[in-house]
Design a protein around this ligand. Structure first.
Ligand code: AMP
Length: 226
């Protein structure tokens, strides 16, 4: 195993701002970002063997079996051996975390910890006008009159996916699936939780924490040539 290279995982429920935080990390630090979802979509698009299998699970809203997922990620990680890296979307289960541990030692797990209510509010904020497809967000671009389309005055609706009961189900599923993984890393002493209600509150401590582990992007070349 390479010594001194960052081996990190980022975890956070849907709506936690994980995508935004990951983008900011990549902008500031020289490291490779490996997202299991992106890797699967890439395989599906290229119709690889794994891609074809993955599609059948994803279409049914199910997780890919651990052995397939682990093999895919570990073989991709081999190509990143010389770099600092951050995993996103993997591991999702304890067997995946255990398999990852056999290949390398995870030094840091960044856990984005937002109140359940905040996330629910964010995820249920989207309303649409079905006839035109106009999209409103109660937080960022609310309609002028609550519940009605600005142009036609017709009622707005929520997609099934965005309805509170569906959102709560998705969040609960994340919790049951992921809590054991968080507990696993907490026991190992590598879990770093960052709490807050807004991405702009959470980002500065994440940034400060990573500065203690990594050179800033201005030193990108030095970092990747190690
Ligand atoms: P994501 O973009 O991370 O939400 O991933 C999209 C879908 O890919 C998920 O809903 C799962 O079906 C599958 N997937 C992604 N990562 C994993 C993983 N670590 N284990 C099992 N399935 C996964």
């Amino acid at each position: 195993m390479a010594v001194g290279l960052l081996r990190a995982v980022i975890m956070g429920p849907p709506g936690s701002g994980k995508g935004t935080i990951s983008t900011r990390i990549l902008k500031h630090f020289a490291l490779k970002h490996l997202s299991s979802g992106d890797l699967l979509r890439d395989n599906m698009q290229k119709r690889t063997e794994v891609g074809v299998i993955a599609k059948s699970y994803i279409d049914q809203g199910q997780l890919i079996p651990d052995d397939i997922m682990t093999r895919l990620m570990l073989s991709e990680l081999k190509t990143l051996n010389r770099y600092h890296w951050l995993l996103d979307g993997f591991p999702r289960t304890v067997p995946q975390a255990e398999a990852l541990d056999k290949a390398c030692e995870i030094g840091t797990v960044i856990d984005l910890d937002l109140p359940f209510e905040t996330i629910k509010q964010r995820l249920t904020a989207r309303w649409i006008h079905p006839a035109s497809g106009r999209v409103y967000n109660l937080e960022f671009n609310p309609p002028k009159v609550p519940g009605t389309d600005d142009i036609t005055g017709e009622p707005l609706v929520q997609r099934d996916d965005d309805k509170p009961e569906t959102v709560v189900k998705r969040l609960k599923a994340y919790e049951t699936q992921t809590k054991p993984v968080l507990d696993y890393y907490r026991k190992k002493g590598v879990l770093e939780s960052f709490s807050g209600t807004e991405t702009n509150m959470i980002w500065p401590p994440v940034h400060a924490f990573l500065q203690t582990k990594l050179p800033e992007a201005s030193q990108k070349e030095a970092a990747t040539q190690r």
